[in-house]
Design a protein around this ligand. Sequence first.
Ligand code: BMA
Length: 332
Amino acid sequence: MEKLIIQGQPLPNMPWEERPEGERNVMWRCSKNPIIPRDLLPMSNSIFNSAVVPFGNGFAGVFRCDDTNRRMVLHVGFSDNGTDWHINEEPLHFQCDDEEIGKWVYGYDPRVCRIGDKYYVTWCNGYYGPTIGVAWTKDFKTFHQLENAFLPYNRNGVMFPKKINGNFAMLSRPSDTGHTPFGDIFYSESPDLVYWGRHRHVMSPAAFEVSAWQCMKIGAGPIPIETSEGWLLFYHGVLHSCNGYVYSFGSALLDLEQPWKPIYRSGPYLISPQKPYELTGDVPNVCFPCAELHDPATGRVAVYYGCADTVTGLAFGYIPEIIEWTRKYSII
Ligand code: BMA
């Protein structure tokens, strides 16, 4: 690999721990995991599958907080260091010009993507079944909700951090009304964030005899990271075991100009449920990444992932090593 160029704003203050002595894997967990407990809010049952971005001198985020009614709601949070979070007790309320779209039903698994001076939130939005809600904010106080991107049923809407071919771009995973037993990643473009089209297929689940952790369904995770080798995408994959679904995550590299074309895709997982807080909780055996922070100069990346649908964890790695590993163990 020629010298890798990684795009993004400098982030020397991002959360970070060096690879522990004796650690052989390409990514490793934060020693403070889980960094967000389930009951950080007085009325939270669980806080997981959440999204964070650099904001001001620190970080801001949109968090999936299921409450003690077990309703799926979103909350805004702030942090100076990316590991200790203050989450607003009041749920996030979107402003929307159209009551039909703005009527809150449920929302979960948010992603936050900065493009220019706006932060776009995409989430799984209840509208006669799950679909992809879209909103933007500049200050993490007022959020303006736009049209849902797609017809139901869809999940895991993940925007690219810049326009592609002059259009906004998003990955998503068409689904069903329940715990979908299938799922491919697709790519779509929009000139105005209202009308989405030019749908392209990106990746299907892998054959179980090739890479079983991702053999039932897959879905995009954090906002893709632009590098000179392609878009680095972390994505989750699901194995249907005799004990239920198991969610792990791996990595892929997508073509820069045609991101629906994967270049490499990891056969092995990067992180799979192995620690007690990943193995046990409201939904056992889940590692579900929704956000990342990275520092281009050092190549450091920190991935935020939901653990057992209950708490939030953080895993670290070096982007050049992850790309090299993805290439070396690619199943493409
Ligand atoms: C998926 C989504 C995620 C969840 C996962 C495991 O279908 O609902 O929010 O983390 O299942 O339960």
